[in-house]
Design a protein around this ligand. Sequence first.
Ligand code: UDP
Length: 237
Amino acid sequence: MKKTEMMYEGKAKKVWATDDPQFVIVDYKDDATAFNGEKKGTIAGKGKVNNVMSDLMFTMLEKEGVPTHFVEKLSDRQTLCRKVEIVPLEVIIRNVSAGSMAKRLSIDEGIVFPRPIQELCWKDDEKGDPLLNDDHALALGLSTASELEEIHRMAGEVNRIMQVFFDDLGITLVDFKLEFGRGADGQLLLADEISPDTCRFWDKETGKKLDKDRFRRDLGDVEEAYSEMLSRVSHAG
Ligand code: UDP
């Protein structure tokens, strides 16, 4: 499969068309942004960590029966994926309070919820990815009712699988963001990435943050945290 033209360049990834219209090549960058692009920087080696870790996560999830866009890793930074039409929703799953939810509700970070919370955001940078609920998503035509039902079901399943997976690695899965795509036959596939850019990971023993909050909050040791996560995930099982 050969790269043809660049279809899209986002904040952290480029997506290339290939000579087969069913597939795209995702190319991960070291660029980092936070707060809807207000804070910019680079995290050396992040592209490799996010690519390799996402591929390992998608492979693990596929084995557990979750359909994903992943096809094969091409290199440290590039992955061949099934071409999908991204559903313009960011699905956030929270097991422990943190980040924007803790701020919005004026609650402490670190509260362990008795059951996971799912939130939806409208994937639209110009609007600042606003929080919305299922009724908004349906009324605005962002997805169909049956898709939404399937998205919530898959997100819950991915959370159950990932919580156990990370717990075994000595990590609390605090929260994370998923995106879904429509494949060629309309089937929903888990898409985008699963990495320290899109998840909050806290070390179970020390509480150390091993994710993008080190960059967002200027906590230092950013590169180390990303490579620590890749190393733990690579040695799983
Ligand atoms: N997240 C993401 N992309 C976004 C917004 C959030 O990957 O555009 C992830 C984020 O890394 C965290 C979870 O979703 O693991 C919840 O993020 P939150 O709503 O707390 O927003 P933040 O505090 O990151 O702005």
